[in-house]
Design a protein. Sequence first.
Length: 273
Amino acid sequence: MSLAELVANEFHVALDSVMLLRHSSESVKKLLATGGTVEDYTFTQPTGTAYDYAHPNKQPIELVIVIVQDRVYAVYRVLGIEKEGTTYSLTSAAHQRFDVERSKPPRPARRFLMQPLSSTYTGLAIHGWEGGRSRTAVQRSGGAFFSQISGSVVADKLDSTALNDDLDKQIAESLASTPAQRKQRLTLAPKLPRRIEVTTTAFLRNADVIAEVLLRANGICELCRTPAPFLRKKDRSPYLEVHHRIRLTDGDEDTTANAIAICPNCHRREHYA
Ligand SMILES: [Zn+2]
């Protein structure tokens, strides 16, 4: 399925009311250098051009999928026209500097009310729009390559462990970057996180083992020997966590011999220290 079809289905809109809009890397670089924002760039469009979400002779646009650096930056629902004016009167001073930089004179324009949507496809790497300025920056249903733009959905299916390992790796990479690199990535990062489906493997733990171990500990952490840090709201019992000495994922037994009741600090230390 094409990216437009996936997103149209996700938000139950007709395919011909979807627009794909790609801000080229060169434009975005200039935009950020002048202090402009992708939002301002997206929300204000010259009237009667291919970018006009309410073009008089074209199907009204309900969903705009914004592509930055060949990834889905955001999906917006067009709620209506907020204001009419010119590309200069409707935008920020920073955006006007951006237009001056690109030698764009003021043009009649519309500022749209746009609602960011939490899409499964935000952040998704896309294919079919490669090659700098050689291809138009906008595609509507029926456009030359509208239906060829797709995303790599399958490669993004993860299990919950892989997801956490992946995040740990990315945090280490982020800490190793320079403050300027991090700042640039943060500016271009989608503001709404992408939702994905993950698969999880769980163990059905024996409640009798947990109860026995909690009674054995009697409110005292079995590692650091200090009393539980607080009482549970629901029954005023001391809060301890039952931890397996050898992890169930490593194939060990769910028995009282393999389990200890410990305080949250000790529990974290067992996993991360
Ligand atoms: Zn402890």
